[in-house]
Ligand binder design. Structure first.
Ligand code: XIL
Length: 373
C-alpha cells in the first residue's frame, strides 16, 4: 500500500513538474511586445521593401511575433505612389496593405502631404488651382483605394519650422495655410472611419510644441477632423527629457486628440551640432569616415547598451503611465541592421537605435521592456 501511495505521489510530482515546465515554455513563447502592452497601446514597426515582400525571413518572423501595427517606411510616399501627374504605382503599397491584413495588424498610411520625398512635378508647380487639384486627386485616389484597410493616416507630415511657425514648403508658398485643413477634410471625406493624424519631429520642444497646438486648434476651428498627433520620436539617450515628453503628452491630450509615438528610435551616436531634428534633406558629407562621429563601428560597449536599455525602459514606463492618452508606439524599423540612422544624418555609420541587433537577436533594451509586464 505504502509503495502504491509513494508511486502515485511520484507520478503526481512528475506530472506537475511537466505541467509547470510546459506553462513556463508557453509563457516564454507568448511573451512579446504586443502581448505585454496589449491592453495599453499598439506596438509597431516601420517596414522596408524586403519585409513588405516577406523576404526578410528573420525580420518577418519578429514582425509577426512582436508587433500589432505596421507603418510603411517609404513605399507610400508621394514620389513612389504618384511620380508623374495621375500616374500611380501601387505595387509595393498594395503588398504592404495585404501583409498588414494577413497578419491582422493595424495598418498606418504614411504620408499624404509632405514636402520631402515628393514628386518632382509637385515641387515645380506654381499654379495654386493646379496644385490644389493635384493634392485633391492624390488624397482621393490613395485614401479611397485603402478605405477600411488603412486604419490611420498621417495626413500631413512636418508642416512646422523649429520656431513653431508654418514651414515655407511648396504647399504653403503656393496655396497658403488653408492647404492644411483642406487636406484633413479630403482625407475624412474619402475614409470617414480612418484616424487622421498630424505627424512631426522635435515637437516635444516647447516652441515647436506651441506651434502644433496652434495648428491643431486651427484645424478644429476650420471644422477639419484631427484625431491624433504623431510625435516622431527620433531621439537620443538623454533628450528630450522624460519631463518634457510628459508635458507634451498632457498638452496634446488636452486638445482632445490622441498621442502616438510614430517613428521611435534612440540614436547612440554623436550628431553634428548643425543638425536640425529629423529633416531628411540634411546630409553631412564632410563627416563621412570621421571616426569620432562613428565610435562604435566595431561593437557597442556594455555601458552604452545598458544606457539604451534604461532609456527605453523609462520611456515605456511613461507611456504606460499615460496609456489612456496614447494610441500607439511604433519603432522606425525592426533591426539595427536596416535602421535609417546608419545613414542619417551622416552616411555609412554603425548605429544601434532599435530593440533587435544586426543578427536580429533581442537586445537588452528588448528585455527591459518585457520586464514591464
Ligand atoms: C526616412 C526613411 O527611413 C529613409 O529610408 C528615407 O531615406 C528617408 O525617410 N521622418 C519621416 C520618415 O516622417 O518618413 C523618414 O523616413 C524619417 C523622418
Amino acid at each position: 500500500m505504502k509503495k502504491i501511495i509513494l508511486l502515485a505521489l511520484g507520478l503526481l510530482v512528475l506530472s506537475c513538474a511537466k505541467h509547470i515546465n510546459q506553462s513556463q515554455n508557453t509563457t516564454k513563447e507568448s511573451n512579446s511586445l504586443q502581448t505585454v502592452f496589449k491592453n495599453q497601446f499598439y506596438v509597431g514597426a516601420a517596414l522596408n521593401e524586403r519585409q513588405i515582400k516577406g523576404s526578410d525571413t528573420k525580420g518577418n518572423r519578429i514582425l509577426e511575433k512582436e508587433f500589432n501595427t505596421i507603418s510603411p517606411e517609404n513605399c507610400m510616399k508621394w514620389m513612389f505612389l504618384q511620380p508623374k501627374p495621375n500616374v500611380f504605382d501601387f505595387k509595393m503599397a498594395d503588398k504592404y496593405v495585404a501583409l498588414g491584413e494577413k497578419i491582422n495588424a493595424h495598418i498606418i498610411g504614411h504620408t499624404l502631404v509632405w514636402h520631402s520625398q515628393l514628386a518632382a512635378f509637385m515641387k515645380e508647380e506654381q499654379d495654386s488651382a493646379q496644385m490644389a487639384s493635384y493634392i485633391h486627386n492624390h488624397i482621393q485616389t490613395v485614401v479611397s483605394r485603402y478605405k477600411g484597410k488603412i486604419g490611420t493616416w498621417d495626413v500631413v507630415n512636418e508642416a512646422l519650422k523649429e520656431n513653431g511657425d508654418l514651414r515655407q514648403s511648396v504647399f504653403l508658398n503656393v496655396l497658403g495655410e488653408g492647404y492644411l485643413s483642406q487636406a484633413f477634410k479630403w482625407a475624412a471625406q474619402y475614409d470617414p472611419n480612418a484616424k487622421l493624424m498630424y505627424n512631426d519631429y522635435n515637437i516635444c520642444h516647447p516652441k515647436k510644441r506651441a506651434g502644433v497646438v496652434r495648428l491643431v486648434k486651427q484645424l478644429q476651428a476650420d471644422g477639419a477632423r484631427i484625431d491624433g498627433v504623431g510625435i516622431q520620436a527620433h531621439w537620443d539617450l538623454k533628450k528630450p527629457s522624460i519631463q518634457q515628453i510628459e508635458e507634451t503628452i498632457l498638452t496634446y491630450a488636452a486638445l482632445g486628440v490622441q498621442v502616438s509615438f510614430t517613428e521611435l528610435d534612440i540614436s547612440v551616436l554623436p550628431n553634428p551640432w548643425e543638425l536640425v531634428g529629423a529633416e531628411v534633406s540634411q546630409n553631412f558629407e564632410k563627416y563621412i569616415g570621421d571616426k569620432t562621429m562613428d565610435p562604435y563601428s566595431k561593437g557597442l560597449p556594455d555601458q552604452v547598451q545598458d544606457a539604451l536599455a534604461a532609456r527605453y525602459q523609462e520611456l515605456f514606463k511613461l507611456f504606460v503611465k499615460h496609456q489612456d492618452k496614447i494610441d500607439r508606439v511604433t519603432f522606425w524599423g525592426i533591426s539595427d541592421k536596416n535602421s535609417w540612422l546608419n545613414d542619417f544624418p551622416i552616411k555609412q555609420r554603425t548605429n544601434y537605435p532599435l530593440l533587435f541587433d544586426r543578427n536580429y537577436q533581442p537586445k537588452k533594451a528588448y528585455s527591459s521592456l518585457l520586464e514591464l509586464q
